[in-house]
Ligand binder design. Sequence first.
Ligand code: PHE
Length: 453
Amino acid sequence: MQGVNFRESWATRMGFILAASGSAVGLGNIWRFPYMTGEHGGAAFLVIYLVAIILIGYPVMINEIIVGRKTNRNPVGAFKALAPNSPWWLVGALGVFTGFVILSYYSVVAGWSLAYIYKVVLSTTAAEIDHADVFIGHITSVWEPIIWQAIFMILTISIIAAGVVRGIQRWVTILMPALLVLLVILIIRAVTLPGAGEGLTYYLQPNFGDVGPRTFLGAISQAFFTLSLGMGAIITYGSYLRQKDEIPGNAASVVGLDTGIAIMAGLAIFPAVFALGFAPDGGPGLVFITLPAVFAEMPMGVLFGLLFFILLSIAALTSAISLLEVVTAWLIDEKGWSRGSAAVVMGIIIFVVGLPTTLGYSVLSDVTFPGLGMDLLDTYDWFANSIFLPLGGLLTAIFVGYIWGARNAVEECNRTSGFICLGNWWIILIRYVVPVLILTIMIMGIYDTFFGD
Ligand code: PHE
């Protein structure tokens, strides 16, 4: 049914909110947010991140939804429709490329989560176990993570091949409430562990002493990543909006839910980190090491552990499908491919491109990018989230603010009204605040990463 001329829309008003929250809420909230906070000193990072969400994340989310709803196109087609015969479509192409890179390593981490559905059972029932050893043992073994990465990609491809409503919308409806409930249970257990107070202080009492350019770059990279911004996922999901759906209220719901879940993940993790004697700057392994240790301290911990990693895997899946959907929509709209072949062919290529990041913990562990000193997964993550996403968001803001015209965007947005209306506040944010903040933070942060000490 999905020929070049037929394009699906979300089936209900909640469809967009659910799918966009499904895209936003994922490993970014539960895996990346805590370890970024831990690596950047705790509460001070949290504060800067929240400011970035309000001043950059929210206006940019509105911006991308407007472009999507206005054009009903994938990111490349959207720029072509708004600025024909100009090179601006390259911004859309940058987005498609970035989605490709992110999914290639996202599927690796999602594969860890899938594997932990059974690993957590083993590690919470064993009497004496070193949770860090279990995690490192898993990621440094060559084949196991690759197999789970492949399984995760197959799941993602199958959902995208099934289409927007039957595939995406159906899945996200049940997940969110379940994840929320489980997080609350985890928070209660974590904050009542003896010694949890130190973790709460670390997480909630800012100390701006160690804040530097890298903290700000980390915060905007996290803001873009967690809200799925800067690479066209929200343009694409916005393009499936019906013309009567409103925008700023929908965007506020998505941003609010996503931010709430990230803050809750921190509340579940930092008290436990300190109470159980882990280091907060443990990097990408943080969640996989700390939470199993918390489960081991709980009555029915096995059950909760199992549930948690099932939900985390589903949350990762509803984000991964939005990454694959961007590439797929581009091939369908622009190149006339069928949905099925676009999803399968791109899915396989993305899997192969992701292989070095998983092998970076085993056979390729000596390979690093000059000047960065990170493993390969962190390197992919750094380029995608510290460079490509903010750059995509910046260029889209400049495009709408100055080329297509901020007034046109406001008019298009206010064509439908909800409880928030766009006005000069948004124009000032999108034309001045967003570009100036992103540019300054990127330049200083990148310089500091390569040349700072
Ligand atoms: N927002 C997702 C997460 O937090 C990741 C993502 C980034 C999804 C960019 C789509 C686009 O896990």
